[in-house]
Write a protein that binds this ligand. Structure first.
Ligand code: ACO
Length: 210
């Protein structure tokens, strides 16, 4: 479990000796998927969420409310994680929870040695997956995933390559540190202390037109 602010993230899956907390989380995330993915049969969602080869990452707000979930089928032998379901509670969408649950899913996948995610993204969710770094150009060789993942009509296959050395949970801190280091290095090679910012886009147009 990881805790950041009001949000706790748990990873769980069905095991022989799954405890009460684990089963409660799986039931809540199953209910979330049933609500948010109404075109998917309830029995199908239940079967996959409680299947032993499917692992779920669940975000819980203020220790009680399940706000987001991702369930993936794990293929350790080929390094594939197939994202079967991904959803955020209707009252909590467009507040960044979708990004946070995906970062937790990427970090979990990295920790268990997966190399790539594949998913069939619903058409209305393609932009969300793009913003999480997924691409509809599949580069992973077919033999590593064909016959393993299900083909859903009306959806687009998308992939995400999981970098083994990328800390997905604090990526923005890493980028800020690298930016600072780059600025320090650049300063060593300048004659003066003057840095020039790039002009605003509007300004460039103005200058071109006038
Ligand atoms: N269309 C276009 N852009 C979107 C959409 C969308 N449907 N949803 C989110 N985004 C954008 C946001 O504007 C944001 O952009 P920004 O970073 O430039 O500001 C970015 O994606 C991240 O947004 P979050 O707030 O982190 O995402 P959110 O919490 O809203 O969750 C999700 C997105 C999971 C798609 C949610 O809307 C949802 O549960 N939808 C219903 C269920 C669904 O469609 N799930 C995916 C089905 S496909 C599958 O499960 C394999």
């Amino acid at each position: 479990q990881t805790q950041t602010g009001e949000l706790g993230a748990y990873t769980t899956f069905r095991t022989e000796d799954a405890g009460e907390q684990s089963l409660a989380l799986l039931t809540s995330v199953k209910n979330l998927f049933v609500r948010q993915l109404p075109y998917m049969p309830r029995e199908y969602i239940t079967r996959l969420v409680f299947d032993r080869n499917h692992h779920s990452v669940v975000c819980v707000k203020n220790r009680v409310q399940v706000v987001a979930g991702i369930t993936m089928r794990v293929f350790l032998e080929t390094g594939l994680g197939e994202i079967a379901f991904c959803a955020v509670d209707a009252n909590e969408q467009v507040r960044g929870y979708g990004t946070r649950i995906m970062n937790h899913a990427k970090e979990y996948a990295r920790s268990i040695g997966l190399h790539f995610f594949l998913t069939y993204a619903d058409n209305q969710a393609i932009e969300y997956f793009r913003k999480q770094g997924f691409s509809d150009v599949i580069t992973v060789p077919k033999e590593r995933w064909k016959d393993r993942i299900k083909d859903y009509r009306g959806s687009t296959p998308m992939e995400f390559i999981i970098r083994p050395n990328t800390p997905y949970l604090n990526l923005s801190d890493v980028i800020s540190t690298q930016k600072l280091k780059l600025m320090e290095k650049a300063q060593q090679f300048t004659n003066g202390a003057n840095f020039y910012s790039t002009p605003k886009r509007g300004q460039i147009w103005k200058e071109m037109i006038l």
